[in-house]
Design a protein around this ligand. Structure first.
Ligand SMILES: [Zn+2]
Length: 296
């Protein structure tokens, strides 16, 4: 409600403005009013144009959830691979991650992404990449923030107790499910190392697949694109041989990939990246089927 005091003050100001400004400088006052009216019209029209640009042909406002993801159709094959792309996260390796995701999908290959949930919803770029492609991706939980203890060098879930593991897995899952729109059923422990307490809580948190190191999980690593010891990319022929060995036993082949291994001095390294593209093309030539854990 307008108070009587403030109303009389407003009228007083109006009369003062009339006598001291409008009456003394009528042309300037008129010019100011014209400028104000024109500016208001421009602002109102601008806002309407922005709102219209966010609408589709039916006038529906395009929100984040209106992305149309087209599922890839792959021919059936006995040779199955899982492309596990780890360390997808907020505010790091965004461009290379997007390229790897989209170049795989354009070759009709699905991916399992090891996603670090910490701060993820703050990063609109990477969340949009994940949402846009969600029907061809499985978002697997890759720890909480992927931290390593500076004192002991122990990985995040390597030595964690049950209560902390349950709470971090619950929260991480909820972030990934909000973005991916499907239940999270796979856990990839950072460094592939997991405490026995964490293992105990996986089932109660709805995790069906643990993809860690080969000793601790049946969905472990069959091949990697990078060798941490020599700090070099592995030859594609080695990866293909390892997978052929798995195929000969009627088993699928899990290939672990990291986006950062295709950078040099934080920039995309075209030579290294072409090796990744060649690997995808070699798999396509071999007519393998790329699957995800959640489709097993
Ligand atoms: Zn990792």
């Amino acid at each position: 409600m307008i108070q009587p005091g403030s109303l009389s003050l407003f009228i007083h100001l109006l009369i003062n403005t009339y006598h001291n400004v409008i009456k003394k400088y009528p042309i300037r006052a008129f010019s100011c009013m014209v400028v104000l009216v024109v500016a208001s019209i421009i602002i109102i029209n601008g806002r309407a144009a922005v709102t219209n640009s966010l609408k589709d042909n039916n006038g529906k406002i395009l929100g984040e959830m209106t992305y149309k993801c087209k599922p890839v159709k792959e021919a059936y094959s006995d040779k199955k691979i899982i492309l596990r792309l780890d360390d997808i996260q907020a505010f790091a390796y965004s461009e290379i991650s997007q390229m790897m995701i989209e170049d795989s999908i354009s070759r009709k290959m699905k991916l399992v992404l090891g996603v670090i949930p910490y701060n993820l919803t703050q990063d609109a770029f990477i969340t949009n990449v994940l949402k846009k492609n969600n029907c061809n991706l499985e978002l697997a939980l890759h720890g909480w923030d992927h931290s390593i203890s500076p004192e002991t060098g122990v990985y995040e879930f390597e030595d964690m107790d049950e209560a902390e593991a349950a709470s971090k897995i619950k929260e991480g899952k909820s972030i990934l499910e909000q973005i991916g729109g499907q239940p999270v059923v796979t856990f990839i422990p950072p460094g592939n190392l997991i405490s026995s307490s964490t293992k105990k809580v996986l089932k109660q948190e709805g995790i069906k697949y643990l993809s860690g190191d080969t000793e601790s999980s049946i969905y472990g690593i069959d091949a990697t694109t990078y060798d941490f010891q020599s700090k070099k990319l592995n030859d594609n022929s080695d990866i293909l041989n390892k997978c052929d060995e798995r195929f000969s036993k009627n088993k699928f082949c899990v290939i672990v990939i990291h986006p950062q291994d295709y950078l040099t001095d934080d920039k995309i390294d075209e030579d290294k990246y072409s090796q990744f593209i060649n690997l995808l093309d070699e798999f396509r030539n071999e007519q393998v089927l790329s699957i995800t854990f959640n489709s097993l």
